[in-house]
Each structure stands twice: as C-alpha cells, then as structure tokens.
Write a protein that binds this ligand. Structure first.
Ligand SMILES: NC(=O)c1ccc[n+]([C@@H]2O[C@H](COP(=O)([O-])OP(=O)(O)OC[C@H]3O[C@@H](n4cnc5c(N)ncnc54)[C@H](O)[C@@H]3O)[C@@H](O)[C@H]2O)c1
Length: 270
C-alpha cells in the first residue's frame, strides 16, 4: 500500500506556497518523497513560511521561486528552474488564490457598489492564473506523458456563501463575501474537467480538491455558526487535507481524473 501513495522521484510544484495552506501541501509532498518547487508572488519574498518544514528553505528537495501566476514569462522561468534542478514536473498543486475575508477588507460595499476591479482581480488570479500555470507546467507533463494536477477549489465552487455567517461583524454596509470568489472556483472546477479530458490520452490526470473552511484565526462567533452548518461539526484542520492531496497526487488515484474531491466535512451534502 505504501508504494501506491509514494511520491519518491516525483517533482512537485506548489503555487501560493507562502500562505496558510501552501506549507501544508508542501509538507505532505515532502513527507511522501517528492521534491518541491514552491512558487509565490514576488511581494511575498520577505515571509518565511517554511521555517517549520524539515530542512527549511535550503533543503535539497525544496526550493522557492517568485512568480505571479498571471505572468506567463515568470512562470516559464520558474518551470525552467524546476527542470534544471530536478527534471520535468510530475505533480502540480494549483493553490494560489485570493479572497476577501472580513478582516482584510479596507472598505465595505453594498452588492450594487462592488467595483468590477475587485471581482476582476479574483477571477484573474483564481481562474485565469490557475489556467496559465496549467498551460506552462501541464504542457511539460504532456511532453513527459505523465503527471497529476490538483487544482485547489473551495466549498464555494458548489454552494453560495451563507452571508449570515458574517452578520455579527460590525460593518456598514454589512460584509458580503464577494460573488467572484465562488464563481472563480466553480470555473476552475470546470477548467479541471476540460483539461482532464484533453490530457487523459497523454497520461496527465487533472482533478480538483475543494476544502471546506479551514481552521485559522477566525473569530469564535464565526466558528460557532460555521460548525453548526457542518455535518461533522467542526472546521477542517491542515491534517485533514494532506491525505486527500497525496491520494490525488500519487498512483493511488491512477484511474481518477476530472473529479472534484470535496474535503468539507459534509458541508455541501446538507
Ligand atoms: N483557507 C481556507 O479555509 C480555504 C478554504 C477553501 C479553499 N481555499 C483555497 O485554498 C487556497 C489557499 O488558501 P490559503 O488559505 O492558504 O490562502 P492564503 O491567502 O493564506 O494564501 C494564498 C497564497 O497565494 C499567494 N498568491 C496570491 N495571489 C498570487 C498571485 N497572483 N501569484 C502568485 N501567488 C499568489 C499569496 O501570496 C499567498 O501566499 C486558495 O486557492 C483558497 O481559495 C482555502
């Protein structure tokens, strides 16, 4: 069984590497034997999210390069760096994404006032950026006739956010989860199906992994309301996400392509 899940000899690429979930995916891939090229945008250069990982940033199996997922030239350079170090990529975790959580919000908007630009940026990064990353790294997998791409979706690819989860937050007008977020993730799930069917003959599998709400600094009232909507009664922990990722990345899922694996404690089943 261990061999089925082994990533020994695999070359993995993880975008959005410096955020909350990037290091979780990276740790899982390293633990199962892969080398990992971590990518984040140039603005994140000063953060040091890998200090808790074994070997830190300079480990022989871990390197970080900086590229915006909307910049094809920079992505091509990152792909070149990957090939120089370890060879063609065989696993891609398309994880970079932006949202607009309440605490990061500078300004509150009523629905009819949400600027197009705010929606455009979310769609550009979460959908078009993820597509560009697939174009650059997935094409190398096609040439090598082997690969597994995991696009990170969200529970909001399938259902609308329940705005009541935020109604205790004192903001005028009230906080609204931006409509582009779920739209961008639903579109990414569909791009996943598109690429899965296109690249299946070339040995490249493409799936989506859609987490539910992951524990990480949310206020107590939000957590209480959110958990009451989850059949399993709790938010996801990083540990909950590692197994599904390794499953999709490895030979354990060798006949699985074009699916959305929801890791949401049953949220979207209710
Ligand atoms: N945390 C959750 O509860 C949750 C739930 C469902 C889905 N997700 C999805 O998981 C992924 C990771 O979420 P997270 O919580 O770690 O988010 P995060 O905001 O902590 O990290 C996102 C990372 O992406 C990077 N990034 C943003 N724009 C980029 C760009 N243009 N180019 C390159 N890198 C860019 C950021 O610098 C950051 O390091 C996202 O796609 C998110 O939508 C998260």
């Amino acid at each position: 069984m261990n061999e089925l899940f082994s990533l020994e000899g695999d070359v993995a690429v993880v975008t959005g590497a410096s955020g909350n979930l990037g290091p979780v995916w990276i740790q899982a891939l390293l633990d199962y034997g892969a080398s990992v090229l971590a990518i984040d945008r140039p603005e994140s250069k000063d953060s040091n999210p890998f200090e808790d990982l074994p070997g830190g940033r300079d480990d022989e199996r871990l390197a970080i390069v900086f590229a915006d997922v909307r910049d094809k030239t920079a992505l091509r350079a990152a792909c070149g760096e990957c090939i120089r170090r370890w060879g063609r990529p065989t696993v891609l975790v398309n994880n970079a994404g932006i949202d607009q959580p309440p605490k990061k919000r500078g300004k509150a908007w009523a629905l009819e006032e949400i600027p197009l630009e705010a929606n455009r940026e979310i769609l550009e990064v979460n959908t078009l950026g993820a597509f560009l990353v697939c174009q650059v790294f997935g094409s190398e997998m096609v040439k090598g006739k082997r690969g597994s791409i995991v696009n990170i979706g969200s529970l909001y690819a399938s259902v609308s956010p329940d705005q009541r989860l935020y109604d205790h937050i004192p903001q005028d007008p009230p906080f609204l989860k931006p409509p582009a977020y779920g739209a961008s993730k639903a579109a990414l799930v569909n791009v996943t199906r598109y690429l899965a069917t296109l690249w299946a003959p070339y040995g490249v599998r493409v799936n989506a992994l859609s987490p539910g709400g992951v524990l990480g600094g949310q206020d107590d009232e939000f957590k209480r309301k959110f958990c009451s909507r989850v059949p399993m009664g709790r938010m996801a922990t990083p540990e909950d996400l590692k197994g599904p990722l390794v499953f999709l990345a490895s030979r354990a899922s060798s006949y699985v392509t074009g699916i959305e694996l929801r890791v949401d404690g049953g949220f979207t089943a209710w």
